[in-house]
Design a protein around this ligand. Structure first.
Ligand code: ZN
Length: 257
C-alpha cells in the first residue's frame, strides 16, 4: 500500500520534524489494529451470541461481580478473535524502531507479535495476553494462551477469581505504567499519535503534556479529531500505508543516549 500522493507535502514536513527530534515516542489507539481486522468493542458486532449484551456492562467491575463466568466467556470469545489476527505494516514499521517506546491504548498483542520487546510497550489499558488476580492486594499474573483461553478459575495464590489484565470502565489506569508514560512524555521532542481520536482521558492527556513543553505532535489518522486539532502535522490516511513511508530510513529513540 502506497501513501496517497496528495499527502507527500505533509509527509515531508513530518519527516523534517522527526529529523530534528532526538526523542520520539509513539502513542497508538484502535486505528493501529483496526487495519489488522480487529474491531474495537465499540464497533457494531453482528455476533448473535453476544450482540444482546452491552459491552460496557461486560467490561466493567459491576458486570464481573454480577456474573463473572459470563464476563470470562465474553473475553474468551474476544481472545479467539485476537488469536486469528496478525500485525500489519504499521505495527512492523513501529517494531523496526527498536529504540523507540510504544505507548498504546490497545489491549491486543500485535506490537509484541511484530517484534517489539515487551519492556518497550506501555499498555495503558492493560493487555489481553495476561490474566491477573481480581484481588487488588494480590499481584498474581498469568500469561494466557489466546487459542485456548480457560474458563473462570481461581487464583492459585489467594483463591479469588482471575480476570483479564485489562482496564475496565470505571477503573483507573495501571498506576506504574501511567507514571512511566507521563514521565516519558515530559522529555519528548515529538509524539507520534497513531489511530486514536484522543478523546479518552487520562490517556489523551499525554498529548497535552507534550504540547505544554512546546514539543511536536504528528497525527496519523484517517479522520480529523481532537488530536489532529493540536497537531503540527496531520497525515490523514491509514497507518499501514503512512507509517512505513514516514519512518523509512530513521532510527528513532525515545530517550537520550
Ligand atoms: Zn490472588
Amino acid at each position: 500500500m502506497n501513501p496517497d500522493p496528495a499527502l507527500e507535502p505533509a509527509l515531508a514536513r513530518a519527516r523534517d520534524i522527526l529529523a530534528q527530534s532526538p526523542r520520539v515516542a509513539a502513542f497508538s489507539g484502535a486505528g493501529l489494529s483496526a487495519e489488522s481486522g480487529l474491531a474495537t468493542f465499540r464497533d457494531p458486532d453482528t455476533d448473535a451470541l453476544w450482540s444482546r449484551f452491552d459491552p460496557t456492562e461486560l467490561a466493567s467491575l459491576e458486570g464481573f461481580e454480577a456474573n463473572p463466568g459470563r464476563v470470562i466467556d465474553w473475553y474468551n470469545w474476544r481472545r479467539s478473535k485476537y488469536a486469528a489476527v496478525a500485525p500489519n505494516a504499521a505495527h512492523r514499521a513501529l517494531a523496526a524502531q527498536t529504540r523507540m517506546i510504544q505507548i498504546t491504548q490497545n489491549v491486543d498483542h500485535l506490537l509484541e507479535q511484530a517484534g517489539v520487546a515487551a519492556e518497550r510497550i506501555y499498555h495503558l489499558h492493560g493487555n489481553m495476553l495476561y490474566d491477573r488476580c481480581h484481588n487488588r492486594n494480590c499481584d498474581h499474573h498469568e500469561r494466557v494462551d489466546l487459542d485456548k483461553p480457560r474458563q473462570l478459575r481461581n487464583c492459585p495464590r489467594c483463591g479469588d477469581y482471575l480476570r483479564p489484565a485489562v482496564v475496565w470502565f470505571g477503573e483507573s489506569l495501571p498506576r506504574e505504567t501511567w507514571v512511566q508514560a507521563e514521565r516519558l512524555c515530559r522529555e519528548l521532542d515529538c509524539l507520534l499519535v497513531i489511530g486514536t481520536s484522543a478523546t479518552v482521558y487520562p490517556a489523551a492527556g499525554l498529548i497535552d503534556v507534550v504540547r505544554q513543553r512546546q514539543s511536536r505532535v504528528i497525527v496519523i489518522d484517517p479522520n480529523p479529531g481532537a488530536a489532529s486539532d493540536v497537531a503540527d502535522v496531520h497525515l490523514a490516511g491509514p497507518a499501514a500505508a503512512l507509517l512505513p513511508a514516514l519512518l523509512e530510513g530513521f532510527d528513532l529513540a525515545s530517550t537520550a543516549r
